[in-house]
Design a protein around this ligand. Sequence first.
Ligand code: SF4
Ligand code: SF4
Length: 88
Amino acid sequence: LKDKFQSSIVNTVFYPLFVKAGAFYSTDECIECGLCETLCPLHNIQIKDHRPVWGKECTHCMACIARCPKKAIEYGKKSIGKNRYYID
Ligand code: SF4
Ligand code: SF4
C-alpha cells in the first residue's frame, strides 16, 4: 500500500510538473535521419518538415538526445557541451 501511495504521488505530481519535452529541440547539425522518431518508446517525436518535433508524452528516457548520430538534440541550455552516452 505504501509503494502504491508513493507511486501515485510520482505519477500525479512529479510527472506533470517536472517531466516535460518542451525544452527539446534540434540544431542545424540535424541530418534528418529520423532515428529519434524511431527510437522514442512513447512515439513522442514526429518528423515534420524534415525535422523532429516533440509532443507532450515524454518520460525523459533520453534515448533521443543520447543516440542522435549528430548530437543535434539539445534540452534547453542544460545539455549544451555535455557528453552523450547510452548502454546497449
Ligand atoms: S536523430 Fe538527430 S540527426 Fe536524426 S533526425 Fe533526429 S535530431 Fe536529426
Ligand atoms: S526523452 Fe525518451 S520519451 Fe522523451 S522524447 Fe526523447 S526518446 Fe521520447
